[in-house]
Design a binder for this molecule. Structure first.
Ligand code: PRT
Ligand code: ZN
Length: 291
């Protein structure tokens, strides 16, 4: 049994694509901590949580083994490592796809054409599972980096690597063929921590904060004034206004209407709201929605 001081540890990526978003997520939960570029450990001052900064590849195993109770890491790494951890939340950043790409001029047009070919990847486990599922028999060339160069160096006929914008593949003369896995950053917990009531309670407290931030993301608090007679039409324009707070104004026949609305829906419908009689429209960001 590991020694415990009653605090949780959360492992995040030390320095990489997920670092800023992971720190932003924790700060958005009201956690106060001081973490420098080179620090590996930062205690939170106002919550019993310590932040560990690690290489992303090590996070699933550390969480599985209970070195840290929680981790923020790409789903791609969790699946590749085969870690027995529980996914508590999808965090809405670090989105990418693990894709098989082939040289632009390749005669490989569909997944079936990969039979008998070589695919270079840093994700041999996920790729092997995919090929088994799809009943495609080909050789996996495991590499530790610079996978995009493999076809040019004639080390492989195709690659299987992460793609987000697709520009790296394009620059290296590759075109996407098949998606093997959709990924984004996830919050994971270790089985031992989830089974221990005191830790579980702390995890649940933190999770409520994280989910409150996730629910609020992309939503805005909208306040507007309108003639009471216009309310049904306003509700038709913005379905999110289905159960708004409506307060009568001193001006006869006018009401103030308050509601939470998805940001994109609001901007798409703003002109229609004005045409329907809405005035003095105020849009405010929301920090958290606690359900
Ligand atoms: O040092 P450490 O081991 O911690 O970091 P790392 O270098 O292994 O990981 P890092 O920081 O590159 O990525 C961390 C995580 O971000 C990944 O595990 C994914 O979950 C997620 N992520 C999201 C990505 C990408 N998008 C991504 N585009 N990880 C890597 N890439 C690479 C990809 O490998 C390719 O080289 O970016 C290139 C393609 O990008 P596009 O935009 O040109 O398609
Ligand atoms: Zn890594």
């Amino acid at each position: 049994m590991r020694r415990t001081n009653g605090r949780l540890k959360i492992a995040i990526q030390k320095s990489g694509r997920l670092t800023d978003d992971a720190l932003g997520l924790l700060r958005g939960c009201g956690l106060e901590f001081d973490i420098g570029r080179n620090s590996l450990h930062a205690p939170c001052g106002n919550f019993p949580l310590d932040i560990l900064a690690l290489r992303d590849d090590d996070i699933p195993e550390y969480v599985m083994d209970g070195v840290a109770e929680l981790g923020i890491v790409g789903r791609n790494i969790v699946v590749e490592k085969g870690a027995t951890v529980e996914t508590l939340a999808e965090l809405g950043f670090g989105a990418c796809r693990l894709m098989i790409c082939v040289p632009v001029r390749s005669n490989i047009r569909a997944a079936g054409d990969l039979a008998g070919r070589r695919i270079a990847t840093t994700y041999p486990t996920i790729l092997a599972d995919y090929l088994r599922r799809e009943k495609i028999d080909c050789e996996i060339v495991p590499l530790s980096g610079a996978v995009e160069l493999a076809p040019m160096l004639d080390v492989a006929d195709a690659i299987c690597d992460l793609v987000s914008t697709g520009s790296t593949a394009r620059i290296n003369g590759l075109r996407p063929l098949e998606t093997v896995l959709d990924s984004s950053a996830v919050l994971v917990a270790g089985p031992a921590a989830m089974a221990e009531p005191r830790k579980r309670k702390l995890i649940d407290r933190l999770l409520i904060r994280i989910q409150a931030g996730l629910i609020a993301r992309g939503k805005r608090y909208v306040m507007l004034n309108a003639p009471a007679t216009a309310v049904p039409q306003l509700q038709r324009i913005v379905p999110g206004l289905a159960s708004p707070t409506i307060v009568p104004l001193a001006d006869d026949g006018m009401v103030a209407l308050h509601s939470v609305v998805p940001q994109d829906v609001f901007w798409d419908t703003m002109e229609q709201l004005r045409d329907a009689g809405a005035r003095d429209i105020i849009v405010m960001p929301i920090g958290a929605i606690i359900r």
